[in-house]
Write a protein that binds this ligand. Structure first.
Ligand code: G1P
Length: 302
């Protein structure tokens, strides 16, 4: 039985879709309500029992490291003022055991596949997870998505990618999976986790094998590094993780897991605002004042 204990979180991206905000601020530090995107990713990893978090970083990403460390002046001040709740918030980002957060750099922007490959020496010869922090997934009272997938992994002991159905005209924005079985009812509970026969990165609607899009959560077998090592250039001239998984499935079973939850594309300005609206309205103290304001705003626009 293989145990899952490591997650790779690529954070080297330039965040060009969010300029000018991301000119100096890493996009992973953009806050949704009051937490930076990266913190949602790390909390999801911890909830799934991950012991090692490997950040694939780049230039200008140092404040991510500081976010997950003590801030002595801040903590001293909050302690002196008796602000225990704020102190708890400030400390909530610090891992239970020192040394569980690891950082390695992707020194050239060669694509997501290359970013994941940069983690190979830290991950070693064992299965691992990948979280893309841009994809924020609100699961409400359900388990966070990586935890849902970890349960599937316990049973299947094989690679699993998270998927969700998208409109057919949206396929060119995603990796798309081809289900192994034809004529699947992808709404039924029985098909929540299915075996796949292929994956294609960002196909046009006419070339898409289904409407099941890969979302940024993966559990991968270590053999994936063998395919990433080849540095095959895919769509956009980049080393695509999707292509390496497609190559892997020639040798091993790969599954697609239709997760329970609502995904927000926080790398996109609209998706980011939607995440803020949705998550803000879940907080009673914010909702109380924000909802009447939004209602009034909408009625004025109508
Ligand atoms: C990446 C992957 C793509 C996946 C997407 C999910 O694309 O390459 O397969 O569907 O994340 O967010 P990107 O959004 O980095 O272009």
């Amino acid at each position: 039985m293989m145990k899952l204990r490591t997650v790779v979180i690529p954070v080297a991206g330039l965040g060009t879709r969010f300029l000018p905000a991301t000119k100096t601020l890493p996009k992973e530090m953009l806050p949704v309500v009051d937490k930076p995107l990266i913190q949602y990713a790390v909390e999801e990893a911890w909830a799934a029992g991950m012991e090692r978090i490997v950040f694939i970083t780049g230039r200008g990403k140092k404040i991510l490291e500081d976010h997950f460390d003590h801030s002595p002046e801040l903590e001293e001040t909050l302690t002196a003022r008796g602000k225990d709740d704020l102190l708890a918030e400030a400390r909530s980002t610090i891992p239970a055991a020192a040394g569980n957060l690891l950082y390695t750099r992707q020194n050239r922007p060669l694509g997501l596949g290359h970013a994941v490959w940069c983690g190979r020496n830290v991950v070693g010869d064992e299965p691992f997870a990948v979280i893309l922090p841009d994809d924020l997934i609100d699961t409400g009272s359900e388990q966070p998505v990586l935890q849902q997938m970890a349960h599937e992994f316990e049973q299947r002991q094989a690679s699993i990618v998270a998927v969700m159905p998208v409109d057919p005209e949206q396929t060119s924005k995603y990796g798309i999976v081809a289900p192994l079985a034809r004529d699947l009812d992808t709404r039924s509970e029985a098909t929540r986790c299915i075996q796949v026969s292929g994956l294609v990165e960002k196909p046009l609607a006419e070339a898409a094998p289904s409407n099941l899009a890969v979302i940024g959560r993966y559990i991968l077998m270590p053999e994936i590094f063998h395919y990433l090592e080849r540095r095959h250039q895919g769509v956009g001239g980049e080393v695509q993780l999707t292509d390496a998984i497609a190559a892997l499935l020639e040798r091993q079973a790969v599954y697609a897991y239709r997760f329970r939850g609502t995904r927000f594309d926080c790398g996109d300005k609209v998706g980011f605002q939607m995440a803020n609206a949705a998550l803000s309205l879940q907080r009673p103290q914010i909702r109380e004042r924000l909802l009447p304001f939004l209602r009034e705003l909408v009625s004025k626009q109508a």
